[in-house]
Design a protein around this ligand. Structure first.
Ligand code: P6P
Length: 334
């Protein structure tokens, strides 16, 4: 069985950028993922790590203690590997500059945008949660220049690496560099990630629709009519409704079993709830690489020009036919 490192070396010619840099990036991601996995798996046992921290993050959301732990774990692990020059995190208002080590100036030209622990409100009820990450080459690669916000506000179609770690019945790291989607499962007894899901792809049949139907009354008409379409007994329908309130968990199941995930604009979230840079762009890159489609209902997610670090967007991702059908409903009814 391939380990993640062996897989990267074996497929190095498919990765346009430096193999060493990719190995360093993954070394940081794996280290932090293992530390988080350890805390998530004992969250029920240790009072000091579950529950809210009493603080709210920049989004005004109650910050769970594990959110803070995850944020710090990734910052520290990226700092120690001399490969990343800047990080934007859901848990931090502004981007964080990683000082360059003199002897490794050539390495520090990668930018990471991350949601350290998405779905963390599910921690206390033992529902799968996840880390979502997105990596770019800094825009102005003359490394003497200081980082600017423009290095972070790049379109999703410029990503060189994107993925997530799902902390569920097992811990799986799923990523793409633009050559397919591959999943690696952690063997906690060895602390090693092994290739378990090569070339992940949406299956032919569509089975699932995932949306918070509790918001039905405040959805636009196009969304309401699509939900009714999913529930009709016709052709290959009704579809099964599955929604666990954790993007990584819903996405992972839908990519494997065949389903659409929808978080549309609502009265409470007129621009959508999910964040473009560190939730939707990486999930959209994975979606397209797995043979699916990701849009805001009208426009390809990866083509959206970001205007600020924490901007939100309506988000639809899944099998091409299902997403196109929903876009048709939005055109016809909204
Ligand atoms: P709602 C978690 O807070 C999250 O960002 C995603 O992981 C999840 O899919 C969504 O929000 C759930 O939001 O409004 O349905 O509870």
């Amino acid at each position: 069985m391939y380990t993640l490192g062996e897989f990267i070396i074996e497929n190095r010619e498919k990765f346009f950028y430096s193999t060493e840099a990719l190995l360093r990036l993954f070394s940081s991601i794996k280290l932090a993922a293992k530390a988080i996995n350890k805390e998530v798996n004992k969250a029920g046992l240790t009072e000091e790590i579950i529950g809210s921290s009493g603080f709210t993050n920049i989004q005004g959301e109650t910050q769970q203690k594990l959110d803070q732990f995850a944020h710090k774990a990734f910052i520290e692990s990226f700092k120690s590997r001399n490969v990343v020059c800047g990080i934007a995190s859901e848990e931090s208002k502004d981007f964080i500059i990683i000082e360059k080590e003199k002897e490794n100036l050539f390495q520090n030209k990668y930018i990471v945008l991350i949601d350290p622990l998405d779905g963390s409100s599910n921690i206390d009820v033992n529902i799968p949660i996840g880390t979502i990450f997105s990596v770019y080459i800094r825009r102005n690669t003359s490394i003497q220049m200081d980082l600017t916000i423009e290095d972070f506000l790049q379109k999703g179609n410029k990503q060189i690496l994107a993925g997530y770690i799902i902390y569920g019945s097992s811990t799986i790291l799923v990523f793409t560099t633009g050559n397919g989607v591959h999943g690696f499962t952690l063997d906690p007894s060895l602390g090693t990630f092994y290739l378990s899901h090569p070339n992940l792809h949406f299956p032919k049949g569509e089975k699932i629709y995932s949306i918070n139907e509790g918001n039905y009354a405040i959805f636009p008409d196009g969304i309401k009519n699509f939900i009714k379409y999913c529930q009709e007994k016709k052709e290959n329908r009704p579809y099964t409704a599955r929604y666990i309130g954790s993007l990584v968990g819903d996405f992972h199941r839908n990519m494997i079993q065949g389903g659409i995930y929808i978080y549309p604009k609502t009265v409470y979230f007129p621009c959508g709830k999910l964040r473009l840079l560190y939730e939707c762009n990486p999930m959209a890159f994975l979606t397209e690489q797995a043979g699916g489609k990701a849009s805001d209902g009208k426009k390809r997610i990866l083509d959206i020009q970001p205007m600020n670090l924490h901007q939100r967007t309506p988000f639809i991702c899944g099998p091409m036919k299902m997403v196109s059908k929903l876009e048709e409903f939005i055109r016809n009814y909204d």
